[in-house]
Design a protein around this ligand. Sequence first.
Ligand code: 5GP
Length: 193
Amino acid sequence: MAAGEQCIFVITGPSGVGKGTLIRALRQRIPKLALSVSATTRAPREGERDGVDYHFLSEAEFERRVQEGEFLEHVHYAGASYGTLRSELQQSIAKGRPIVLEIEVQGARLVRAALPEATLIFIAPPSLEELRRRLQARGTDSSEKVAQRLTLAEQELRAQSEFAHVVENDTLERALAELEAIVRASCSLLQGA
Ligand code: 5GP
């Protein structure tokens, strides 16, 4: 299969903007869409499962995989390492399935450089204030972590013009419809799916 036929989608944007929720809803509408399970060194949150939400790795194991060249991209973000394993993409290629990566902005830039054929989509919050509200409401991070993520978010929001598509996550239904339209229009593997 030619590389261009694989259909790789990168969903990026600040932490707390709703990337995960949008992707879950998108995959219900398009079951053929595979999800790249990232590796991370951060501790699992309550309810998160190893191999499903993330591959949870020790610092040493993460570093070993970096050295082995197993990552398509990897970054340090908010005190932990995160990375996309090449094997996740290879599995979806083998099955002829399009794949979606949920990653932060720095990693999205690295994927764009490595795989220019990938479709990059930036999810933007209606405002920084709304993002703060969502991060606090999620209740999974300490107030210190929320503050750290908001500082990062301000920088990340400035990057949105770099991306081919920007979807504002104002309401889930509207943002989902826009996202689905972009994904379907960008991928021949999804015609009729
Ligand atoms: P969280 O700790 O909230 O699960 O994730 C923090 C940030 O890391 C989120 O913006 C998430 O999208 C991003 N992220 C998750 N996996 C990866 C990855 O494999 N690579 C990169 N660059 N970012 C990731």
